[in-house]
Design a protein around this ligand. Structure first.
Ligand code: FPP
Length: 235
């Protein structure tokens, strides 16, 4: 485990490979997501324990609605389970937020999300962002539209809009940029995740399927991250 100052401040995590994990075992895809949700809880706890300040996990993208209804229902059920169980994190000082357009979810889910964010708002440990119905392009478009609307009514001068102003319009407003993107399962893509926030991120891909990802995998990833020399375009 690297020293604290060599840890990323913000990790983006793509929880990929649940389907293949299930297929290998002759199980339905939703069983893979269930196993993935268990791993998710474990890794969130671990990140909090070791002192990672921000973690954003990709739980459901704007594109995932096109999956078979049964699979979508399975993931929504896991979201409901998490929300029912969110008090688990209460004693762990984790601050939970949701990023994405949550207005499409049933009102009971939206209510629970608000509750979950509220009870943990003052927590000072890990900030956990759970991305649901999230898409990076959508997020950027919404930000651009809001700034354009303000410019149109004379509240802003277009030429004075800064990158910081733009960041403040994103779901992750007030949070640091992403330092590290982790994607297990062998795929090497960003898949519309944190497009703006990951502009200078390091990318670490590994072959492990998400349900098999554990604390030792995280340690290896963090060692690799710590060994990279980040120059932000300088020399
Ligand atoms: C990608 O694997 C994974 C998802 C689309 C869903 C991720 C969701 C969870 C891990 C659990 C949900 C947790 C909460 C809190 C709601 P894939 O299905 O694309 O895997 P494959 O590439 O092997 O098919």
């Amino acid at each position: 485990m690297p020293e604290q100052h060599l840890l990323p401040r913000h990790i983006g995590l793509i929880m990929d490979g649940n389907g293949r994990w299930a297929k290998k075992r002759g199980l339905p895809r939703k069983a893979g997501h269930k196993a993935g949700a268990k791993t998710f809880k474990k890794i969130v706890r671990y990140c909090n324990q070791i002192g990672v300040p921000y973690l954003t996990v990709y739980a459901f993208s704007t594109e995932n609605w096109s999956r078979p209804q049964e699979e979508v229902d399975g993931i929504i059920r896991l979201l409901r389970d998490f929300l029912a169980d969110a008090s688990n994190y209460r004693d762990e000082n984790i601050r939970t937020r949701f990023v994405g357009d949550i207005s499409v979810f049933d009102s009971d889910i939206q209510r629970k999300i608000a509750e979950c964010e509220e009870v943990s708002a003052s927590h000072t440990g890990l900030t956990l962002n759970i991305a649901i119905n999230y898409g990076g392009r959508d997020e950027i478009l919404c930000a651009a539209r809001r700034l354009a609307a303000e410019a149109a009514v004379g509240k802003r001068l277009p030429e004075t809009i800064t990158a910081e102003d733009f960041s403040e319009q994103l779901y992750t407003a007030g949070e640091p940029d992403v330092d590290l993107i982790i994607r297990p399962s062998g795929e090497q893509r960003l898949s519309n995740f944190l497009l703006w926030q990951a502009a200078y991120a390091e990318y670490i891909f590994l072959d492990t399927l998400w349900p098999d990802f554990d604390e030792a995998c995280m340690d290896r990833v963090l060692e690799e991250y710590a060994s990279r020399n980040r120059r932000f375009g300088g020399v």
